[in-house]
Design a binder for this molecule. Structure first.
Ligand SMILES: [Zn+2]
Length: 276
């Protein structure tokens, strides 16, 4: 592992990675590390008025705006929203992306999730793990000589077992910029999701009022997943009692057993935040 880390996150849809690990992405990028988000589908159905190519292109532009705020790379694969399948073709696609990026750490959804695109993204990353090291698979894309550490992003699903974090990162210093990233996804955050939840009449019109509304809405929904109290014992273990007790928001990750193990030896290098 070199001094500069390479972090690769696979979400099923534009905004998934931003919501789950946008804070970590900002923190890695600001410390000079390389971060890439991949949305495995193009988001072309998640709306009530527009769809297809125009929506996919709008989602792509929104993702690039968020990437600019974070200083990261954001790729969107041209696979239809809601139609992702864990096929061999898609497995090889992910193998090539992982090999070309040469990540130290790969992040993705857990395979237990409400949305089939989330489940199959997780499945595809699991299927690509180890395979990235086999020279005769996709032989024209040089294989990796190592299996990267793979970790799952947080969720709230309880069966067959609840999310069990191994690492939690204090994101208080970047919280507002994380929300600025999410704010870029206006077709999702101010149109589709409010419509789908039946609260579209609550969404303000001006960008400033929307940004303020987003903060309140996020605090009442997603922030529950990121309230540091959920990970308090883990945070105290990683940051020490005093700092661990003060953290307000944290993003957490759980080790996937199909990647390289996370050990006492490689943890400080992969997560340089705990000793700062
Ligand atoms: Zn999603």
């Amino acid at each position: 592992m070199s001094d500069s880390l390479r972090i690769l996150a696979f979400g099923a849809h534009p905004v998934d990675c931003d919501l789950k690990v946008g804070g970590m992405a900002l923190m890695y990028a600001r410390r000079g590390h390389k971060v890439k988000f991949v949305s495995v589908t193009n988001g072309d159905t998640g709306h009530y008025e527009v769809g297809g190519g125009p929506l996919a292109r709008r989602r792509y532009r929104e993702a690039q705006q968020a990437a600019e705020i974070a200083g990261i790379e954001y790729e969107i694969l041209d696979i239809h929203n809601g139609q992702l399948m864990p096929t061999l073709e898609n497995r090889w696609w992910l193998v090539r992306i992982i090999r070309n990026f040469k990540p130290d750490l790969v992040l993705t959804h857990r395979p237990n999730d409400y949305h089939p695109d989330h489940r199959y993204t997780a499945q595809l990353v699991q299927d690509a793990a180890y395979t990235v090291t086999i020279p005769n698979v996709e032989a024209l894309t040089p294989h990796l000589s190592y299996n990267p550490v793979i970790m799952y992003m947080s969720d709230n699903f309880q069966k067959p077992y609840p999310f069990s974090p191994d690492v939690a990162v204090d994101i208080d210093e970047v919280l507002e910029d994380k929300l600025n990233m999410i704010h870029c996804f206006e077709s999702e955050m101010y149109e589709w999701l409010p419509y789908n939840l039946g609260i579209e009449d609550q969404v303000p019109k001006s960008p400033e009022a929307r940004r303020a509304w987003l903060r309140e809405w996020w605090a009442s929904t997603h922030a529950k997943l990121e309230m540091a109290d959920r990970y308090r014992d883990l945070l105290k273990r990683l940051y020490g009692e005093e700092r661990g007790a003060k953290i307000r928001y944290a993003e957490a990750l759980e080790v996937c057993e199909y990647g390289a193990p996370l050990t006492k030896e490689n943890l400080p290098g992969l997560f340089p935040f705990f000793s700062e």
